[in-house]
Design a protein. Structure first.
Length: 188
């Protein structure tokens, strides 16, 4: 049993010291996952990769979590899920009426800004991914790992206990399914 797996088990059992010892061992990998995910966000996104890592980590080892992770791959799959939820919550907050709703930031220069990837696309993807999870949970998990954690199909297969070919089939199916679902939700 690796140090990470041992510390994951102890942290899941409520050992605060193990949770503190775990962070330095997994921080670099979580930071890479967060940086890859944040690269796809709009430039005006206020959440930084470091903050995303910390928030996801707190959710993973927080007192409300009584989960046990089977292995390192399971932990990183849970981290990808936590990052997805944090980003979706941030997009929803940003889109809330009391936070400006559909208003757009306007620069005081006459130069138009580059097109942005907005929170609406993330929300549409999340809604479609939730529907996909009801129809094909494994395909949805592959998408979460690929899109939100930035892992390869091979790594997603390993984390989910799938063969490489099966993971590729799920990935291909999910991409086509989500493209249709998001295109159907997009009036443009």
């Amino acid at each position: 049993m690796s140090d990470v797996t041992r510390l994951l088990d102890a942290a899941a059992a409520g050992d605060r010291r193990a949770a503190g010892d775990l962070l330095p061992l997994v921080y670099d990998e979580l930071r890479k996952l967060a940086a890859a995910r944040m690269a796809a966000e709009s430039p005006d996104h206020t959440l930084q990769p470091t903050a995303l890592v910390h928030e996801a980590y707190l959710r993973l080892v927080g007192p409300a979590d009584a989960l046990r992770w089977d292995n390192r791959g399971h932990f990183f799959a849970a981290a990808a899920e936590a990052m997805r939820r944090i980003l979706v919550e941030a997009a929803r907050r940003k889109g809330a009426e009391k936070h400006g709703g559909d208003r757009r930031r306007v620069e005081l220069t006459d130069v138009p800004a580059a097109p942005e990837v907005d929170g609406d696309r993330l929300l549409a993807l999340d809604a479609a991914l939730t529907r996909l999870a009801a129809e094909d949970p494994v395909a949805a998990r592959v998408v979460e790992l690929r899109h939100f954690a930035g892992v390869s199909v091979e790594d997603a297969a390993a984390a989910l206990g799938l063969s490489r070919a099966t993971a590729y089939r799920h990935w291909t199916y999910a991409r086509a399914w989500l493209k249709d679902a998001v295109a159907g939700a997009d009036p443009g």
